[in-house]
Design a binder for this molecule. Structure first.
Ligand code: C2E
Ligand code: MG
Ligand code: MG
Ligand code: MG
Length: 288
């Protein structure tokens, strides 16, 4: 129990609280050079259809190899990028990489011609009125089909400053891009708000899956699945680490999942190798 609490605490508070002002300033300074020094990469984690194990999509996750230092996780540097405004160039770069790689896999990997790529979008990116246009330009530049792009927005980002973000989400949907609500169950969105927002997918936060097994978590997962069903959203469970968790989610009726049990996030070449050995869920074999 203590270990589980420790993990929650780290996830919730590390970026803003335990990181001293000193190291944050240092991160901010080093981050300015991360792009020009080619220190950023994008890794991809497969999402699978739980009943069959077929791959349905991949999630892009940024990585920072910070010259000579130990790797700095995105949960630490993404908030700093937000505070400093560096998220704008870095976010656009991640999006371009993801679309470029996605296009390459569509063209070269058998059966991957409709593979979706999900990209995490932070609050500051979504609030920027230029963001929908940036997405449109990148799709055009990379010739990646809008319908294959999913933008993951956390539930807490969605509800903060909803008056600004809702029209942007609509503009993105008008481009043909899909929208997924990340870390679902940890924010404070009302059901009425969710009903009126054009989204496609919800991702059950991994804390529900990791704690696993308990009656309360099981009931909460069932409640989220029911919300997904009522609002016609696909539900993806995050953080599946064991066959037991996969089995449990499947038996509760959750159709999609991702986690170390299936695959950790992989470098582009490794993901490509993974895709060529795995069955891929094609649009004709089922729904997204
Ligand atoms: P997220 O979008 O909820 O991504 C899921 C996180 O869970 C990833 O951590 C992933 O590596 C990790 N994960 C996957 N499977 C498992 C598992 O089975 N067990 C456990 N314990 N963890 C698992 P990562 O890559 O460190 O990213 C952390 C967060 O940083 C992301 O959470 C997302 O909010 C943010 N992030 C990552 N990349 C980007 C990015 O390019 N842009 C923005 N704005 N945020 C990003
Ligand atoms: Mg995500
Ligand atoms: Mg998440
Ligand atoms: Mg998260």
């Amino acid at each position: 129990v203590a270990k589980e609490r420790g993990r929650d605490r780290a996830e919730l508070f590390e970026p803003t609280m335990s990181l001293g002002r000193q190291s944050r300033a240092r991160i901010a300074q080093d981050l300015r050079y991360a792009l020009p020094r080619n220190e950023l990469t994008v890794h991809y984690q497969p999402v699978v259809h739980l009943p069959t194990g077929q791959v349905t999509s991949v999630e892009a996750l940024v990585r920072w190899e910070r010259g000579g230092r130990s790797p700095t996780p995105p949960e630490v540097f993404v908030p700093v990028a937000e505070e400093t405004g560096l998220i704008r160039p870095i976010g656009a770069w991640v999006l371009r990489e993801a679309c470029r790689h996605g296009r390459h896999w569509h063209d070269t990997v058998p059966k991957a011609e409709a593979l979706s790529v999900a990209v995490n979008i932070s609050g500051r990116q979504l609030k920027d009125h230029r963001f929908p246009d940036t997405v449109r330009q990148i799709l055009h530049e990379t010739a990646f089909p809008p319908a294959s792009l999913v933008l993951e927005i956390t539930e807490s980002t969605l509800v903060t400053d909803a008056e600004t973000t809702s029209p942007h989400i609509r503009a993105l949907r008008d481009l043909g891009v899909r929208v997924s609500i990340d870390d679902f169950g940890t924010g404070y969105s009302s059901l009425a708000y969710l009903r009126d927002l054009p989204t496609d997918t919800v991702k059950i936060d991994q804390s529900f899956v990791l704690r696993g097994g308990g009656d309360v978590d099981t009931s909460l997962i069932q409640a989220i699945l029911q919300v997904g069903d009522a609002l016609d959203l696909d539900v993806i469970a995050e953080g599946i680490e064991t066959p037991h968790q996969a089995q449990r989610l499947h038996s509760l009726g959750c159709l999609y999942g991702q986690g170390f049990y299936y695959s950790p996030p992989l470098a582009p070449k490794a993901l490509e190798a993974y895709l060529t050995t795995q069955a891929i869920l094609t649009p004709s074999s089922s729904h997204p």
